[in-house]
Design a binder for this molecule. Sequence first.
Ligand SMILES: NC(=O)c1ccc[n+]([C@@H]2O[C@H](COP(=O)([O-])OP(=O)(O)OC[C@H]3O[C@@H](n4cnc5c(N)ncnc54)[C@H](OP(=O)(O)O)[C@@H]3O)[C@@H](O)[C@H]2O)c1
Length: 226
Amino acid sequence: MFSSVQPDERILVTGGLTGIGAGIVDAFPGRCVVWSRRNGVDLTDEESVATAARGLLAAGSPPFAVVHCVGDFDEVPLLDADLPHYRHMLDSNLTSAFLVVRHVVPALVAAGRGRVILFSAAGASVADAKPRAPLYFAAKAGLSVLARTLALEVAASGVTVNVVAPGIIRHPHSHRVSQDRMAPRVPMGRAGEVRDLLGAIRLLLSEEGAYITGAELVVDGGIGLR
Ligand SMILES: NC(=O)c1ccc[n+]([C@@H]2O[C@H](COP(=O)([O-])OP(=O)(O)OC[C@H]3O[C@@H](n4cnc5c(N)ncnc54)[C@H](OP(=O)(O)O)[C@@H]3O)[C@@H](O)[C@H]2O)c1
């Protein structure tokens, strides 16, 4: 049986007030529930996520899809990083995804349908050195393992789980200095914009995307090919 997002079904977008998440919210007008620190949900705090999940699930049937965008970036060499920084990068990029999985995905499984999209970063799942942002990429690599494992665990329920891995995506709050340095290396000759990701998101939410699970869609203008 195929399923795709219907006009009256909700999409939970974490980190959806700015950046990539906000672009996804704009692409699905009237359908998105946003969890962000600025509207009172800290995705790194279990009680905060659990409380928000109880409210969301009490307000009707579970969302059709969860698009988890939270994930801070920072360029700090490994030997310059202290424990608080390590914890922040792991919490923001990996623990936050775990908490969404733990508190929201069981409702999708119980409903027997749904889509989970987690945001990694281009190149994160390639097991080589990441001197530019080692903790960020370590957390994103862990996220890929989590996503693929969850995809397997819930496959029989009708819920799909996939990763979108952007390259350089510019928006008003993106890391401009780092992006300006990296942009000349993009084979397609330009940095990406939020709208460049929307095809991947629409595919994964569509009926035609219902058989895609455990995949990583790299959307990076080819920078990962270098
Ligand atoms: N932009 C890129 O070039 C790029 C490239 C590769 C991968 N990615 C990945 O794509 C995803 C989205 O990127 P982005 O550039 O849109 O990120 P972003 O600009 O940092 O936006 C993330 C959003 O998440 C919210 N947020 C952060 N920590 C939170 C927390 N603990 N609890 C609740 N909300 C939190 C922030 O809102 P508040 O102000 O409310 O905290 C912000 O609106 C991330 O996972 C990122 O790692 C981005």
